[in-house]
Design a protein. Structure first.
Lengths: 656, 313
């Protein structure tokens, strides 16, 4: 394939995204904003096609034409992420047409649309950048655009979440900048290839410092424990299509940056350096899943599930790095393949779930699961798509996430057979933790679907819910379909992306066995059809009547249904040492004769343990220091001039 | 015999024996408790009766409630098709990968959970919440247990594990793993000490509470699915103890008949053991379930460690 074709595709995509930003800034009226969003969708569709073409044909182009001193390249790793980012962005642009129209009173529509386009542009730039300066510039465009998007509704809690996000993301960006400085010797215009050669000669201590800085920088953007506390605040606070972009795609940009540095720039690292990545990944996965299980806010639950999935992906990356250092090249390749596949799977199902959540919240006017229920009966088609997405997020066969975990765990299991005792310990810890997280993820997703969609509506808005409009539901259906397509086509996808060690094109292959997702699904479908036929043949399908459920002789109402809080009560109890949830029940007797007849109020508080443990002390210390520093504000100008002089002298002394 | 007919025979035998297994355990339990008990063949009549009854659908239930029996039954049928129960090397054995089997077990469980929630009664929700907790926390034990067999046999397919002739009596270090498999089987099939299959009190139910609102043919499908699952787990444990009786591709008709007879014997023995266990221990309080689940996990982990040590020396 002609590389020029791809380059023009990339430029069309970038130019279209820019144009969409400008059009939506100046466009007034529904028709024009629809035109702006369709431009954006078209531009990102071209980008997705270009990325996919670059993945398939692997053209030889590294340094394409220069743009403002930036070089643009699309190697296989970048191409995968470019295609993924643009595909999700395309669906989000379509969704934005109907979604933002429905919320025109809450947002400044023109600014929101323009920032959305700029946000996408920043992410496209991150993937295309081939030098640290360009990378960081686009990284900042992405971060700052998303900062403004988080506080798009200008509510106080959004503002708070956005500022928290801004601080965390800039600490991260600072760390990445410092890391690049160390690895490039301060020469920020150098390409990544030049940096890789330069980094070969650096001493181990410098490399370790750079590695730690990158782990913090990219880890804080990705929501890795313990830098994750901003994520469940910021992601749900944004408009739902932005939540979809942030959780589905922006986290993958952090993953892409980390992979770019690890695989493209840093020299091969010793195995022991990978252990912190594995440990942080597993801790993120466990805590993300646990908090998702006990969470009652629909969008926060999805945000916690993002932390869990990012944790799994980083575990896979860490395992790949560890295996490379420990002399297990097969596992290294497979874990990387699994990480990329899981990133694709997560981007698809999480953006679908967030867009679906937006459609629900728009009708129900609340994110609280306790006010939902009964939606499956009121929106049967839409709930079907959400069920597929939820089961995909629970990593059940034959979804895409199941395939990535299958590849990863199969190879871990195969590697355990031959590895050294210490490595065996690491691999067994990974195996059992991933299985543990898998169980909890199922819990969280089934809780979300079961409480929001099943049973009887728990609120007036839920009772009047209707099938969402086609503009809102079509992207969700597309994502549900993609979850299955990527799951069934996982072998082909991995073969196309160049991971030939884990697939023969038709089946996923591992040391201990092989799996053809398509035939697996066919077998299960055939068995389901057999069950259906057996039921039809053996009994009368029409012989039924509707009646209320068993109520022990007293009419029941929705308040007697199981709630999200009650549903997760056993998990909250079993993990009370980790969650530190506090429950306070106060009983005031009503009848003097019988103490059991009482009015009870129950308050359940799920605490942000990590915020209290790690962030609150920093906040207190900062407040204390600034309070002390305020004493210097005497208002005497001579004193200030003396201070300036002292600072100048101190600076001179230090620099000379 | 070719693999296709072996799998067909296994499916027919297991589906045919499943109601008998449930009847057996009820009969043995009754005898152990000093009652006469009903004939073990009564459950066939019960299924036939249910199929003819009218169904009562809860008013609040949605399409998920109707989909549930089909998915649950399909997941049980899938297990019968892919697991080595009377035969190794069956036609669909390639799909009996340990992660796939674990995933299909979870699919069956989560649809039961959703069916329980969909009826909008507090009892269904209670059972659903409990079942979800047990299923999700059992997941690491399931994976580690089968992973140990995979390590010991070199195959991640459950069929391959048994085809390798792996036997606990020849490899005694697998005993903790078999014990863990037993604990998994008790929890997966809602037996003592996790759940009481014979309870009449909604508040103590787990499995029964979820299917409380099902009636007629749907109830028959769900009950049949759990009977199949019980049979499959019993035969699986029996096969890990004594794998020599399994039929192989190329076996003569007599050998296949012998394998079927051996499977029936194993099933009766397993049901007798289950009845004995359920008569001597009590159901655990649900909020003590973490002890059971942690114990099961540690047993599986210990089994894995033993297997690794065995390989090292």
């Amino acid at each position: 394939m002609n590389p020029d074709f791809l380059i023009s595709g990339i430029f069309l995509c970038l130019a279209g995204t820019c144009a969409a930003a400008i059009i939506s800034m100046i466009a007034r009226g529904k028709a024009r904003r629809r035109f702006a969003m369709l431009t954006l969708a078209a531009a990102t569709a071209i980008g997705a096609a270009t990325g996919a073409a670059a993945v398939v044909f692997r053209p030889e182009f590294q340094a394409a034409p220069a743009l403002f001193g930036m070089r643009i390249a699309l190697d296989p790793l970048a191409a995968v992420f470019f295609a993924l980012l643009n595909a999700i962005a395309c669906a989000v642009s379509i969704y934005a047409i109907a979604y933002v129209d429905g919320h025109a009173d809450a947002y400044d529509v023109r600014r929101l649309d323009a920032l959305t386009a700029v946000f996408m542009l920043g992410m496209q730039g991150v993937v295309l950048a081939a030098a640290p300066l360009a990378f960081l510039a686009c990284w900042e465009i992405m971060s700052i655009a998303s900062f403004f998007l988080v506080m798009a509704d200008r509510k106080p809690e959004s503002l708070r979440a956005a500022l928290f996000y801004l601080i965390m993301t800039h600490l991260g960006a600072g760390a990445i900048l410092a890391g690049f400085m160390l690895l490039s010797g301060g020469f920020m215009h150098a390409g990544f290839g030049w940096m890789a050669a330069y980094a070969q000669g650096l001493p181990d201590a410098t490399l370790l410092l750079a590695f730690a800085l990158f782990l913090f920088g990219f880890g804080s953007k990705a929501g890795l424990w313990p830098f994750h506390v901003w994520l469940p605040e910021a992601h749900p606070q944004a408009p739902s299509h932005i939540s979809a972009l942030m959780s589905g795609v922006m986290l993958k940009m952090a993953l892409y940056g980390f992979l770019r540095v690890l695989l493209g720039i840093l020299p091969p690292l010793p195995a022991s350096w990978a252990l912190p990545i594995v440990a942080l990944g597993l801790l993120s996965a466990v805590f993300g899943a646990l908090y998702a299980v006990v969470e009652r806010d629909l969008k926060r639950l999805l945000a916690y599930s993002s932390i869990e999935n990012i944790g799994l992906i980083f575990t896979m990356v860490g395992a790949a790095l560890y295996a490379r250092g420990a002399g297990l090249p097969v596992l290294a390749d497979a874990a990387l393949a699994a990480a990329v596949l899981h990133a694709v799977a997560h981007a698809i199902f999480k953006s679908g779930l967030f867009m679906g959540a937006g459609a629900i919240v728009g009708q129900l006017h609340t994110r609280d699961l306790e006010a939902m229920g009964g939606l499956a009966k009121r929106m049967p088609r839409f709930s079907g798509a959400m069920l597929v997405l939820a089961l995909g997020a629970a990593a059940l066969p034959p979804s895409a996430a199941f395939m990535s975990e299958w590849v990863f765990l199969q190879h871990v299991l195969a590697a355990v057979r031959t590895a050294s005792p210490f490595t065996q310990g690491v691999l067994v810890a990974i195996l059992s933790s991933v299985a543990f997280v898998g169980g909890l993820a199922v819990f969280a997703m089934i809780k979300m679907f079961g409480i929001a969609f099943l049973g009887r509506p728990r609120g007036a808005h839920a009772a009047q819910a209707q099938e969402p409009s086609i503009g809102l539901s079509a992207p969700v259906f597309a994502m549900a379909g993609l979850t299955l397509v990527v799951g069934l086509g996982a072998p082909a996808l991995l073969a196309v992306t160049g991971f030939f060690g884990v697939t023969d094109g038709r089946r996923l292959v591992a040391g201990g066995g092989a799996l053809s997702p398509f035939s697996l699904a066919a077998v299960f479908a055939a068995v389901g059809a057999a069950a259906f036929m057996a039921r039809r043949l053996s009994s009368d399908a029409k012989h039924e009547r509707a009646y209320h459920a068993w109520d022990c002789g007293q009419p029941t109402d929705a308040s007697m249904e199981y709630t999200a809080t009650a549903f997760s009560a056993p998990a909250r109890f079993f993990f009370r040492l980790l969650l530190r949830s506090r429950k306070d029940v106060q009983a005031s007797p009503i009848a003097a004769t019988n103490p059991w007849i009482a009015r009870k109020t129950s308050v359940l508080e799920i605490r942000q343990v990590w915020y209290e443990l790690m962030y609150a002390p920093i906040v207190r210390a900062a407040l204390f220091v600034s309070t002390q520093a305020r004493r210097l504000h005497s208002g005497v100008i001579q004193f200030y001039i003396a201070m300036i002089l002292a600072a100048l002298i101190a600076a001179l002394v230090i620099s000379l | 015999m070719n693999p296709v007919s072996l799998t067909a025979i296994q499916t027919i035998v297991v589906l045919g024996l499943a109601p008998f297994a449930v009847g057996c355990v009820r009969l043995f339990k009754a005898r152990l408790q000093g009652r006469r008990g009903a004939s073990p063949f009564l459950s066939y009549v019960a299924f036939a009766t249910l199929l003819r009854k009218q169904m009562v659908m809860p008013e609040d239930a949605s399409w998920v409630f109707r989909l549930t029996p089909f998915v649950v039954l399909a997941s049980a049928l899938f297990l019968v098709l892919v697991l080595p129960l009377t035969t190794v090397g069956g036609a669909l054995a390639a799909y009996g990968d340990l992660f796939v089997v674990a995933g299909v077990l979870v699919i069956g469980a989560v649809f039961l959970v959703m069916g329980g929630l969909d009826a909008a009664s507090a009892f269904g929700g209670m059972g659903a919440s409990r079942e979800m907790t047990v299923t999700s926390l059992l997941e690491p034990t399931v994976i580690l247990t089968f992973a140990t067999f995979a390590l010991a046999s070199g195959s991640t397919g459950i069929d391959g594990m048994l085809a390798s002739g792996l036997s606990v009596f020849r490899a005694p270090y697998l005993f903790p793993t078999i014990a863990a498999l037993g604990l998994v089987a008790l929890a997966e099939n809602a037996r003592y000490p996790v759940d009481n299959p014979a309870t009449h009190l909604e508040l103590t139910m787990v499995h029964e509470a979820m299917i409380l609102e099902y009636s007629g043919p749907y109830l028959a499908m769900l009950e049949f699915a759990s009977a199949i699952k019980l049979t499959a787990f019993a035969l699986l444990i029996g096969n890990f103890l004594v794998p020599a009786t399994l039929a192989e591709p190329g076996a003569s008709l007599t050998m296949v008949m012998a394998a079927v007879a051996a499977a029936a014997l194993k099933l009766v023995a397993a049901m007798a053991a289950l009845a004995l266990l359920e008569s001597v221990i009590a159901k655990m309080r649900f909020y003590r379930m973490q002890e059971y689940l942690t114990g099961a996990f540690l047993t599986a982990l210990g089994g894995l460690a033993l297997a690794l040590i065995q390989r090292a020396v």
